[in-house]
Design a protein around this ligand. Structure first.
Ligand SMILES: *Cc1c(COP(=O)(O)O)cnc(C)c1O
Length: 228
């Protein structure tokens, strides 16, 4: 299969999973994760109609954006763990940051452009494991983090939550905890309805659990040169 065929096949599987869960496929945003692939892949995807792409490393994101001409309507999502000192570069390159997991990172993203005309969309990353190295904050940290951003970071807009399913557990169980964390954030920011969850191997479970934004890499792009 070539890229267009893999994209179409994956979109058909997403639509099937949505219908099986009683959900409208048109309400889902499919983000194509292009990390470790050359910038030309983004151009090819854009020509096929893709308007949302995801990168997980700031340097790669910045370099790809710099090397490409403006692509009409393309939205760059930053989905990786973010160092506070990289906040300015992330904000300059991304329209959505999925991985806000602490006050200091939110503060740094806000300080990078405090008077921005268009706020930066942010998702609060939930760590669904006990391993702090996996990124994200504990589910019970979500409401306080949302409160901090709403009160202190006027140039950020909290849109919802994001998580990666643990390897050690059935994804459906983990995504149920994510849905509960999403409820907690909505208790603070009522219109923060986005749930970013679901990768190549678990998007059907994520859709069943209420995901609104899917982050799909290898099922569309093929294998990456470097695993990650
Ligand atoms: C790489 C990555 C994905 C995509 O993973 P695939 O298994 O290739 O679909 C999704 N989310 C995050 C945070 C990633 O780093």
């Amino acid at each position: 299969m070539d890229l267009a065929e893999r994209l179409a096949a994956l979109d058909a599987r997403i639509a099937d999973a949505a219908r099986a869960a009683g959900r409208d496929p048109a309400a889902l945003t499919r983000i194509v994760v292009t990390k470790f692939h050359p910038a030309e892949l983004v151009t090819s995807l854009h020509a096929l109609g893709v308007r949302d792409v995801g990168e997980n490393r700031q340097q790669e994101l910045t370099a790809k954006r710099a090397s490409l001409p403006p692509l009409d309507g393309l939205v760059w999502h930053f989905i990786g763990q973010a160092q506070t000192k990289k906040a300015r570069a992330i904000r300059a390159a991304a329209s959505v940051v999925h991985s806000v997991d602490r006050d200091r990172l939110a503060d740094a993203l806000h300080a990078a452009d405090p008077d921005a005309a268009i706020p930066l969309d942010v998702l609060l990353q939930v760590n669904l494991t006990d391993d702090p190295l996996r990124g994200g904050a504990a589910p019970d940290a979500m409401a306080p983090l949302a409160e901090h951003i709403a009160a202190q970071c006027s140039s950020l807009r909290v849109r919802g939550v994001m998580a990666v399913a643990p390897l050690s557990e059935a994804p459906a169980e983990a995504f149920a905890r994510l849905a509960a964390a999403a409820d907690a954030v909505r208790g603070v920011v009522p219109d923060a309805g986005w749930i970013s969850a679901g990768m190549s191997g678990d998007f059907a479970e994520a859709i069943a659990a209420g995901a609104t934004h899917l982050r799909i890499g290898t099922a569309i792009t093929g294998p990456r040169a470097v695993p990650g």
